[in-house]
Design a protein around this ligand. Structure first.
Ligand SMILES: [Zn+2]
Length: 476
């Protein structure tokens, strides 16, 4: 068991990087490559529970490191704030809180870029790591001991913060949920389920904040969120008052069932989804599938601005290389239908055959500022932050070398950044340099150096001709 003891020491006390490496090597050799022949289901489950328990302790260590990074970055930012404001007086508590929030957001973006994975997971770790000591001393052992997971701990922090209650009330609320989860785990040998956790958070909010504040905070969390953009499908999550959402679901169900009763071949699940989108886009459910949004040729596309990138070869039908619709790959036929739809505006971009990058001179343009933006947009294609693919059409033009530092307004000093990735750079936690070919070298908050490149139009099969060009369809 000495190996496990070492892991615990490294995670709990912090150890030198050398000790950490040694434990890591020991751990690597302790992870079996194969499952033993005589393993039973219970054996496999036992090993999995061991890894889960270790993962929980690792999560707490991750959280504490994130918290430590945020604190250090905040100290650096406070010093910089004093220099920039020409003062030796410390900033106010609320100014420090603002700097800390900025540091946390930048470090979450940094670790998402450096380690990958979901931004939300890094945000949860940062939340747990930056919690006030009075809450951290309850929550961190609860996560390490497996009573709550890091996601639940972060939810509890976030929702208790939104309640507009005193620090004492917040502590009491957090303790009551943790106490219940720990007792549940001890008595039953398994952690609280997610539904049980949710119901205990709600009960604790009612008890410690009262029904008025609980209701107000919950009501303020209503929103619409778009999810996933990988296989040409995406999700839409609407959060609102439960009776309203139930009423909306009941209406979708009624529409779906009446269509089904009238002989529609779609499944109830498909009918509910089609009816929901039809109602949002057209204000009424479409009578049959042919007029739904999946059939743009039938005039079902809504009047909206849709950004499409496609090669001329694919547009003309000389190949079937997919194109981008709002930053997501979509099959060539659908892209052609969109590009030829009534009212479409085309912008010609000529790409360098060697690099695949857009060539400045080839972008059709009129006014100087609009021209510059168009050239940059064509070159970048999407947000230039590491790992981001949000379409340039929704991005802001950023001076790579900031204007306040004397950066000129010209193509080789401009890049597209989405609204999420502008702030870490404005806060000077991330810095960037651009070379003459448009390659951007980033330095992230932790010192990681990484590069991002202009859009590579070779991905669109610009020189690929698979079959003769059919008669060119005429745009409406
Ligand atoms: Zn971005």
């Amino acid at each position: 068991m000495s190996g496990w003891w070492n892991v615990a020491r490294v995670l709990d006390d912090g150890a030198s990087l050398d000790e950490f490496d040694e434990v890591l090597r020991g751990l690597e050799s302790a992870i079996p490559d194969e499952v033993a022949d005589d393993f039973t289901l219970a054996d496999a489950s036992g090993e999995l529970r061991g890894w889960e328990s270790l993962a929980a302790r690792i999560d707490v260590r991750r959280a504490r490191l994130m918290g430590w990074m945020v604190e250090l970055q905040t100290q650096i930012d406070v010093e910089r704030w004093k220099v920039e404001n020409g003062t030796r007086i410390e900033p106010s508590a609320s100014a420090v809180a603002g700097l800390r929030a900025g540091a946390r957001a930048s470090l979450v973006d940094t670790m998402t870029a450096v380690c990958g994975g979901f931004r939300g997971a890094w945000l949860d770790r940062a939340r747990l790591g930056t919690a006030p000591e009075s809450l951290a001393k309850t929550l961190q052992p609860a996560v390490a001991g497996g009573a709550l997971n890091v996601f639940q701990a972060a939810t509890l922090l976030k929702e208790s913060e939104e309640l507009d209650i005193t620090a004492e009330q917040q502590s009491a609320m957090v303790e009551s949920v943790v106490e219940h989860a720990r007792g549940h785990r001890e008595r039953r040998g398994v952690p609280v389920s997610q539904p049980l956790f949710r119901s205990r958070v709600r009960k604790a909010a009612l008890e410690h904040a009262g029904p008025v504040k609980q209701k107000k905070a919950a009501h303020e969390r209503r929103r619409v969120k778009m999810l996933g953009l990988d296989d040409g499908q995406a999700g839409l999550e609407v959060r609102g008052a439960q009776p309203r959402v139930e009423a909306a679901m009941a209406r979708l169900d009624a529409v779906a069932r009446s269509a089904k009763a009238a002989g529609d071949a779609r499944t109830l699940a498909q009918l509910r989804a089609d009816a929901a989108l039809d109602l949002l886009i057209f204000g009424a459910p479409a009578p049959d599938a042919a007029t739904s949004i999946d059939h743009p040729g039938e005039g079902g596309w809504p009047p909206a601005v849709v950004n499409v990138v496609v090669s001329a070869a694919s547009l003309l039908g000389a190949n079937e290389v997919p194109g981008l619709v709002e930053g997501a790959w979509v099959d060539a036929q659908t892209v052609r239908e969109l590009a030829h739809a009534r009212g479409s505006v085309w912008q010609r971009i000529v790409a360098d055959p060697v690099t695949g990058y857009a060539m400045d001179a080839a972008v059709d343009s009129y006014r100087p500022t609009a021209e510059m933006a168009r050239v940059v947009r064509a070159r970048d294609g999407h947000c230039r932050a590491p790992g981001c693919l949000r379409p340039a059409a929704h991005a802001q033009l950023d001076h790579v070398r900031e204007r306040r530092d004397g950066g000129p307004t010209k193509g080789t000093n401009l890049q597209d950044l989405c609204t999420g990735h502008h702030p870490p750079k404005s806060r000077r936690h991330w810095s960037a340099r651009m070379d003459d070919t448009g390659v951007v070298t980033w330095r992230l908050a932790d010192g990681t150096i990484t590069r991002t490149y202009p859009m590579d139009y070779r991905d669109f099969g610009i020189h690929q001709v698979d079959h003769a060009v059919p008669d060119c369809p005429v745009a409406g």
